[in-house]
Design a protein around this ligand. Structure first.
Ligand code: PNS
Length: 176
């Protein structure tokens, strides 16, 4: 049973709790940059929950089900990674799932301002901590939006997304 984490991963009786962290995002689609953060988080925590935002207003290339399916395939080698979907506030998802920390990749200074704002707001709302992990420099320029744009105009995005995502991208863009 997951007990509420009260003090450095210990519950009231001083027993160790499951250390669980969430990697939230749109993942439209998952890139090798996301995967790098997820795999490193999986090495640090007992459980990593990858939470896909159900965003009804944002136009996406892949449905939430498709994004969840692709994430499941590319993270299947990690026994402690689970894929979930959520809508509404991230802090509410955290509360419902016994999560006390969010892990985010920081690519560049340009990410910092917005991420800092969200981190501070999430802490103010619910004392949910945010941990920033610097991205692998190999992926510091990478984003799902750029991948989609480049692929849409026929550019090569191999090596930037997992192979199964590459073929799904090609299929989807061929339908447009
Ligand atoms: O991959 P993205 O689109 O950059 O991910 C952004 C995401 C999903 C992490 C962020 O928009 C989010 O947490 N949305 C949930 C709504 C919420 O909690 N908003 C208040 C943030 S302080």
């Amino acid at each position: 049973m997951i007990r509420q984490v009260l003090d450095h991963g210990k519950d009231q009786e001083g027993s160790r709790c499951v250390q669980r962290v969430v990697c939230p995002g749109s993942f439209d689609p998952v890139t090798n940059g996301h995967l790098d953060i997820i795999s490193r988080a999986a090495g640090l925590y007992d459980e990593v929950i990858v939470a896909v935002l159900i965003n009804v207003t944002k136009h996406s290339l892949f449905t939430v089900d498709e994004r969840v399916e692709m994430l499941g395939q590319v993270t299947s080698r990690y026994g402690n990674v689970r894929i979930e979907r959520f809508h509404g506030l991230l802090v509410d998802f955290c509360a419902a799932n016994g999560i006390t920390a969010v892990i985010k990749g920081l690519r560049a200074v340009s990410d910092f301002e917005y991420e800092m704002q969200m981190a501070q707001m999430n802490y103010r709302m619910a004392k949910v901590e945010t941990l920033f992990m610097t991205t692998n420099p190999l992926y510091s320029f990478l984003s799902s939006s750029l991948v989609k744009e480049i692929a849409r105009y026929g550019g090569d995005v191999s090596g930037l997304v997992p192979d199964i995502v590459l073929s799904r991208l090609r299929e989807r863009l061929a339908e447009e």
